[in-house]
Design a protein around this ligand. Sequence first.
Ligand code: SF4
Ligand code: SF4
Length: 700
Amino acid sequence: MMEALQSPAQATYWFISGRLLFILLNVLGLACFAYIVTKRLTPLGRGERDLRFDRPLLRLERVLQFWLAQWKHPRYRFAGTIHILIFAGFLILATRAFSLLVLGISESFVLPDSSAGIGRFYEMFADYAATAVFACMIVAAVRRIVFKPARYEVPARYGKAHKVDAIFLLGLIAFLMLSESVFEASKAASLARQGQAEFLAVFSLAWVLQSALSTASLSELWNLHRVAYVFDVLTFYFLLCYRPFGIQFHVETSLFNVYFAKLDKGTVKPVRWGVSDARLDQVKSFGVKTFEDFTWKHMLDFYSCADCGRCSDNCPANSVGRPLSPRFISIKARDYAFHHYPMFGRASNGVPLIGAIYSDDEVWSCTTCGACEEECPLLIEYIDKIVDLRRGLVDDGNVPKSIQKALKALESRGNPYGKMEKKRADWTKADGVADIKVLNGKPIANALYFVDSITSYDDRIQAIGRATARILKDTGENFGILGASEKDSGHDVRRFGEETLFMALRDHNVEAIKASGVQRIVTADPHAFNALKHDYKDVPPVEHISQVIAREVKSGNLKLSPVENGDNVYTYHDPCYLGRHNQVYDDPRAVLDAIPGMKRVEMSRCRDRSFCCGGGGLMLFYEPQEEERMGVKRVRMAAEAGANVIVTACPFCMVNMEDAIKVAGLEGKMTAIDLAELVDQHIAREGPKVGEVKEEVVTA
Ligand code: SF4
Ligand code: SF4
């Protein structure tokens, strides 16, 4: 009679009973993991408050979408597919991993019961899952070693590459899958030798190994079975305890990171959560200066970064050689946390981050375009962190000189150019717009056209203001402007970290808007649009002019005439604060497509992957170190798409695009126009055309 195969719990290992050995290993493994995670979470306990416990149902929905369904991964098709396979494999194998661990203690424990139909079904899936994960590890390692995707590279200024760590982890996971499959295969081969059938999924790794072991003796199979089990348990716990030391910690943290992720796009976090504006003067220090000034959620972000490089791959600042790569904002902070909160010994906190791990230029280089956040599969936030770091710099009086001048002008005159308040409505001194109402506290209009500083004062951009006003008149809207009582929206003042100045500008405008008695607000400036929608409270609803035009065209209230130059090819550039931050992608396109004869193409980077023009607001006053201008890159993208007219819907994009066309040497071949200007030219009006910027004839 052949001896039955013993379960690991019944076996003896080096004179120790298997049951005792595995109880010890399980207790030791779990205790080590608990100790390591507790140590890792220590800084989170010292971080700033962050109120992320609201809207639990919405948060759960996002967990299902972004964590369970891995929503963002297919944006990088190959790497995303590999990740989805690995993730699905891990989910399927979680039950088997638990069952295997308990098997070392209780010989009859199997989850789910393999004698039942569901159990067999599960075992088959688990065999295929282990095979898929094993294969994915090999593919991922080959990709890293042979194909070396550029987004994984680490420029020297950001420290050393984590490639060896990544490959070691891939190897560990592959080994875990192998040991588990050997364990299954040796059991199946042993049972087969005894005339009993054990089902293994055909062509799975375990099935292939069973075939390979078909000639092995029973004692060899038995030894292999025991040894495979020990390796499986040791690898499992080694992996569990090793992961919190590197990028694989995201396996543990990602679920929580997605659950607690920011819910409202376009917003900026308060200076201190739970501290009202009225009590801000009691806050001793603004922003982030030391690691502990980050909120606990932002620290969790650092731990959750998988170092995949997608954020930096899409970051326009990184792409033009500015000293900023969002991926390393996370990686450097995580390495800092590991170093300053060691596993053994005391934490050494309180070190200023600027100079230690970040530079001023790095922090000022961000245009807050949101491309990094849009791309990150783990919903890691950057804009709030960068704004917080800027708040810290502003608090210490550490602001670039060119921006200081603009901030002073904003403080004294309410606009960054230092121009007189009474000249704010001078742009209306032109035919067709001279009769615009100025709502100086008088409730004489239904809608407010919020103009903002650049459109009020910049000679070129004033044309966008006049086009917008004419369109509003054509729609029959009873509207007015605030004139001298309007101040800068403060949108970019806030994003440059000057919260107190922003609050003063906001409070002034809110008062003026309320006094005007309007029921709605329209603006042609996406920055003002975003500020009025997300930064201001208690003001009427706001729309961007592209939304108004789209609605009026759809209802037939605005009729558009055909394009004059049928040779022109148009492309639409999504402004960051209209598109990514507010998801207005379709209305501007619908307006363009409503112009008869319009030939429109899309750039490779469009909609939520749009490439920032170089930034608006105070960014216009900052001269970053860079190899190329973002706008120049963008106009080249338009040329590559076959377009000779770039249409945008933001005054700042217009400044950057027109400048970039000159720098790129594309004058005469490419032109830029604002959507409002284009529509103004094409409104089918009776009498002579009133549009100022004529549709230019350019040669492709
Ligand atoms: S917000 Fe834009 S510029 Fe800033 S780090 Fe992210 S991608 Fe780069
Ligand atoms: S922040 Fe997100 S996108 Fe960027 S490297 Fe980390 S995980 Fe990848």
